[in-house]
Ligand binder design. Structure first.
Ligand SMILES: [Zn+2]
Length: 216
């Protein structure tokens, strides 16, 4: 499927699952030497493929009918700093943003988060939305992981494709909810750093559907 058609599908899911609302949040996908991003301030229910904006990763020139999302620098910085990154989704989902407001990283205490993100979700230093500094701070706090919180703002999720970036946003939001619930029950139980690394490695190299081997 064309990556722009896939973007529309993912936008629909993000709205249905209330990970994005109104015109807030933005998504992009890398294709060759450019990326496609949602336009600025357009309601998600109205966006069509012709409304998506193309941005060149070298020149940072935008091409399209509308102005790109004001967070285009954040998306560009993710692609420029991470060759493995092929899709970026930025949401203001409620529980993830609650951690971002509290300045509290989401701990690596749930296995699916560890596998898909690579460890705890750090909080990037505060900067104004749409600024170069926000993009710089986000990439710095992101490191080699697939998600980062923007202080007092929201979440950025990355993936090797759009589906993975969507799952990152879903799993981070779910984990944030779990941590809040678990804390009401008592202290969190930690996972050994060596196990965290092993789970991440397994996910990156071996996870996925596999046909059963035929018995001989
Ligand atoms: Zn935002």
């Amino acid at each position: 499927m064309d990556c722009r058609a896939q973007m529309l599908q993912v936008i629909k899911l993000l709205c249905q699952e209330r990970l994005i609302m109104g015109t807030w949040g933005n998504i992009s996908v890398r294709e060759d030497n450019h990326f496609w991003i949602t336009p600025s301030a357009m309601p998600y229910t109205a966006i069509q493929t012709k409304d998506l904006v193309k941005i060149n990763l070298q020149t940072e020139e935008a091409e399209g009918l509308w102005k790109p999302s004001s967070e285009w620098r954040l998306h560009a910085a993710c692609y420029q700093s991470r060759t493995d990154c092929k899709a970026v989704i930025h949401t203001h989902s409620v529980y993830a943003t609650a951690f971002a407001v509290a300045g509290a990283p989401i701990p690596a205490a749930v296995e699916d988060l560890i596998q898909i993100v690579g460890g705890e979700v750090e909080v990037a230093d505060y900067a104004l939305p749409g600024s170069f500094t926000l993009a710089e701070n986000a990439v710095k706090a992101l490191g080699a992981k697939n998600a980062v919180l923007l202080a007092n703002h929201g979440l950025v999720g990355l993936g090797r494709d759009l589906e993975e970036a969507l799952n990152v946003c879903r799993i981070v939001e779910k984990t944030a909810q779990i941590i809040v619930a678990a804390k009401t029950l008592g202290p969190l139980s930690a996972i050994d750093p060596a196990d965290i690394q092993a789970m991440r490695q397994y996910y990156l190299t071996s996870y996925g559907p596999e046909l059963q081997k035929e018995e001989k």
